[in-house]
Design a protein around this ligand. Structure first.
Ligand SMILES: [Ca+2]
Length: 172
């Protein structure tokens, strides 16, 4: 790797040695910043974006579940007006998952769970929200591997159904 191709100077020149140390520091700092940027971007990648989704119901045709993972905060999924309801995204393969962000429309969930699975048969509750208030809710939990991420709504916060502008999944 060219980044680390540093040539050790001969010990007789103090100036050269200083220059060598300075050069090392610059390359080291660059490598650290580059790694941080790469890791930062990875953590901020929305794993749910444009992935296959299914839901327990749809309020009407223009409010399909796909609209909650299309990356557009002006389009949304909405369920029918009763409990319980669910919404599931298939990440395509097993990924590390540690955070879900829900951008609620005014039809928010009051009591709901976030569940993870690798086979769609065995589900693990990783988060229980008992006092949801809508808006943008950031839901963090211990990071673990999963392919399927499910929202399971027990109790609605309004007389409407459940409705997300966006449902996002992150590594951490
Ligand atoms: Ca949307």
């Amino acid at each position: 790797m060219r980044l680390f191709s540093l040539r050790m100077p001969r010990p007789e020149s103090r100036g050269e040695f200083k220059q060598f140390v300075g050069s090392c520091m610059k390359k080291y700092c660059f490598a650290v910043l580059l790694s941080a940027a790469v890791l930062g971007i990875a953590a901020e990648e929305n794993l749910a974006l444009k992935k296959p989704v299914t839901a327990s119901s749809v309020e009407r045709k223009t409010l399909e579940p796909e609209l909650a993972v299309d990356g557009n905060l002006k389009t949304r999924w909405a369920s029918q007006f009763n409990d319980p309801q669910w919404f599931m995204v298939d990440l395509g393969r097993v990924r590390k998952v540690g955070r879900v962000v829900i951008h609620w429309e005014k039809a928010f969930g009051k009591r709901y769970k976030i569940q993870l699975s690798s086979d769609q048969k065995h589900w693990k509750d990783v988060l229980l929200k008992e006092n949801g208030i809508g808006g943008k809710e950031t839901l963090t939990f211990p990071q673990q591997e999963a392919r399927y991420v499910r929202f399971a709504g027990d109790s609605r916060g309004s007389w409407n159904g459940y409705s997300f502008w966006e449902f996002q999944v992150f590594e951490k």
